[in-house]
Structures are given as C-alpha cells and as structure tokens.
Design a binder for this molecule. Structure first.
Ligand code: PEP
Length: 248
C-alpha cells in the first residue's frame, strides 16, 4: 500500500516568520489526515520550519542540494547541512532548476544517490514541454528522465524515491493536465520502473502529479488509481488552500 502524499513546493516565497505562522495555523487542522504532508521551502526557512513542526505530521523538505558533501562550490548547500537540520525530503531536478540553473540528468542522478546515502528521500521531478507533448514525445521524455535519474540505484534505494510527474506546460499556468492524462503517463512511469526493477519494487515507488493542482481539482487527481499524490506550487502558499488540499 502506497501512502499518498500532498507536498507543497513554496519555490522562492515566504519569510521565516511567515513559514512558522503557516505551520502553526495548519497543524491542528490536518491532524486527522491519512496522507503524508510535506512542505518544501527555501533553505533559510527549513531549520525553523522543522522546529515548529515537531510533534506534528508535517514533514519538511529542501528544494535542491549539491551532489558533493563539501568543497569549492560557492553558494551551494550540502546534504550534510540538510541532514543536520533533520530534513525528510529534497526535491531534485525540478523543471525550474533544469530550465534556469542548468540542472542535468547526470547531476540529478548524483544528487539522488547522495540524498539516499543520507536517508533523505528525493522527490525526483520529470516532465515534458508543450512542444514535446504536441510532438507526442511525452513518454520518451519521461522515460529517459526517469531512467537517468535512477541509474545505479539498488531495489531498496529505488523504493525510497518519489517521482513527481510535472508536465512543464502545466506548472504555474492554471492549465492542469486532465486527471486521466496524468494517470496514463504515471502508469507508464510505473511500467518503466517495473521494466528496470520488478513489479514488487515498482509497486513501492510513489509517483505524484504536479502542475496547477488546486483545491478544486485535487480530489479528482487523487482518485486516479496510479497517482499517489500531488506536488503543489501556487496553491500551497495560502495556509487554508493547503489545508483543503490535504483534507481533500
Ligand atoms: C511546482 O512548482 O512543482 C508546481 C507544480 O507548481 P504549480 O502548482 O503552481 O503549477
């Protein structure tokens, strides 16, 4: 049985004060949920978020990390620091990092391995552009991204990753994929995982959908058989909107 996830990706938003107030507000309102609740925020907010979320069912994640543990990488953040402050998750290979910061499939693979080495669960983002979708290249694109991201992982390591299928054209546009389209691609991602590992391992790996999920469409998306959760940007920024997503 895969536990579904509702994860917020705050991107480059919120102050420490706002993040702490957000968690204090939502904590009592999501106590009864069966979903795993994750908030991924800018590095500087994470330590305080972890502190204030103690004793609650909220897990905290970073939005990136470096694949080396230390060294001459000005401006980067090490997995050792994420571990030190008790991070549960880290987003790896978000399309914004691929698009604006030169994140490659090779780096994604190195980061995934490093996060797993330190028991931090990577949320690996994959997804096609609008042009790729129109050219019917969606499957090829996500297959390649998944294969490269997990290259060299053991069955045990692979079972700990989360894949987020995020069509780039759906991110921040208000134009979500239909739940059946998203389910179809996610089913294909699980088939890809099965062909690399086994059905047993593939059944353990959670695959989320991301791209303009909001309180109005979350239930439909979560009800799809192969979709194990949602990675949510814009609609995760308001505490009451996030509560609605969690308590869909
Ligand atoms: C995201 O940033 O991962 C995302 C899915 O954003 P939005 O929900 O705003 O489309």
């Amino acid at each position: 049985m895969r536990i579904p996830i509702i994860a917020g990706n705050w991107k480059m938003n919120k102050t420490i004060k706002e993040a702490v107030a957000f968690i204090e507000e939502i904590k009592p309102q999501i106590e009864g949920t069966d979903v795993e609740v994750i908030l991924c925020a800018p590095f500087i907010l994470l330590k305080d978020m972890k502190e204030v979320s103690k004793g609650s069912n909220i897990k905290i994640g970073a939005q990136n990390m470096h694949f080396e543990e230390s060294g001459a990488y000005t401006g980067e953040v090490s997995v050792l620091n994420l571990k030190e402050i008790g991070m549960d998750y880290v987003i790896i290979g978000h399309s914004e990092r691929r698009q604006y910061f030169g994140e490659t499939d090779e780096n994604v693979n190195k980061k995934v391995k490093k996060a797993l080495e330190y028991d931090i669960n990577p949320i690996v983002c994959v997804g096609e552009t609008l042009e790729e979708r129109q050219a019917e290249k969606t499957r090829d694109k996500v297959k390649l991204q998944v294969e490269k991201a997990i290259e060299g992982l053991t069955h045990e390591q692979a079972s700990r990753i989360v894949v987020a299928y995020e069509p780039i054209w759906a991110i921040g546009t208000g134009m979500a994929a239909t739940s059946s389209d998203a389910n179809e691609v996610i089913e294909y991602i699980r088939q890809t995982l099965e062909s690399i590992y086994s059905s047993e391992t593939a059944e353990k790996i959670r695959v989320q959908y991301g791209g303009s999920v909001k309180p109005q469409n979350v239930e439909e998306i979560m009800n799809e058989p192969d979709i194990d959760g949602a990675l949510v940007g814009g609609a995760s920024l308001d505490p009451q909107s996030f509560v609605k997503l969690v308590n869909f």
